[in-house]
Design a protein around this ligand. Structure first.
Ligand code: ATP
Length: 273
């Protein structure tokens, strides 16, 4: 659960092309790519570059992917940590991890710091006070706020954080000069699912009866992660059946399998559009 550091090489292959749909979110983060690539263009006129943006949306919709693509497009290092890594830490450890992460990031600026599941540390303070684990969570959150306030807005470090529970976040995180931009990353509609299928069909050897348009219609309520899963599962099913190419039937069986898994996990039947 140590903060992971990816170097340029490790993530250079993720860019906007790999992120299907999400056109509004992409447009918003494109600006961040510009900030990273040409900070002078903005600061010369006296502007302050935003320090952070919050990516808000359901699981598996591409928040992590989008953050990596920002780093890939700007060709800068990508540092990441997950809020859930801090939940069961000993006193003092969470805060010092945050400090270390930002120290490294500042040394490598311009760069992206990505905090996944920020709600795990960023819940409103003062609730359920008294449990030591919670105190530690608050220490971690306070350290994060301190770090964000501590570096100048033109330091070249831009923090992207992801959550599917923006409603529980401490308001202090959203204050000006912190995560003052909020970018919504929603479940894909049918057209977007088709685009996501196209991305994930790319590496597969397909029979010509496989149609992304048809697959998009078969998968209402699926996230990008679910679609990636369907494509991989279909390839595995086809291989198990000793086929030379992945066929439509393999995809339909993969969808059934994933719908089964989703129902077990969420007890939700996929929504219609
Ligand atoms: P979580 O909230 O669960 O961390 P997330 O929103 O960060 O989820 P990702 O981890 O980015 O989701 O998505 C998981 C995988 O699903 C990606 O690596 C990618 O393969 C696929 N995926 C998700 N969204 C998209 C998309 N818009 N375009 C292409 N692939 C996608």
């Amino acid at each position: 659960s140590k903060a992971k550091v990816f170097d340029k090489e490790a993530d250079i292959n993720v860019n906007f092309e790999d992120v299907a749909g999400l056109s509004e979110a992409k447009q918003e983060v494109e600006e961040i790519v510009e900030f990273l690539k040409k900070p002078e263009k903005f600061t010369e006129l006296g502007g302050k570059i935003p320090k952070g943006a919050l990516l808000i949306g359901p699981p598996g919709t591409g928040k992590t992917l989008l953050a990596k693509a920002v780093a890939g497009e700007a060709n800068v290092p990508f540092f990441s940590m997950s809020g859930s890594d801090f939940v069961e830490m000993f006193v003092g450890v969470g805060a010092s991890r945050v400090r270390d992460l930002f120290k490294k990031a500042k040394e490598k600026a311009p760069c992206i710091v990505f905090i996944d599941e920020i709600d795990a540390i960023g819940r409103a303070r003062g609730k359920n006070a008294g449990f030591s684990s919670n105190d530690e969570r608050e220490n971690t959150l306070n350290q994060l706020l301190t770090e964000m306030d501590g570096f100048g807005s033109n330091s070249g470090v831009i923090i992207l954080a992801a959550t599917n529970r923006a409603d529980v976040l401490d308001r202090a995180l959203m204050r000006a000069g912190r995560f003052d931009r909020q970018i919504s990353v929603e479940l894909p509609d049918m057209k977007e699912r088709k685009e996501i299928f196209k991305v994930h069909l790319r590496p597969l050897r397909l029979k010509d009866d496989v149609d992304p348009d048809f697959m998009a219609k078969q998968t209402p309520g699926f996230s990008g992660a679910d679609i990636a899963n369907v494509c991989n599962e279909a390839a595995l099913i086809a291989a198990r059946r000793d086929k030379k190419l992945v066929e439509k039937d393999d995809f339909l069986d993969a969808v059934d399998r994933i719908v089964g898994g989703l129902e077990k996990k969420n007890k939700i039947i996929s929504k219609d559009e």
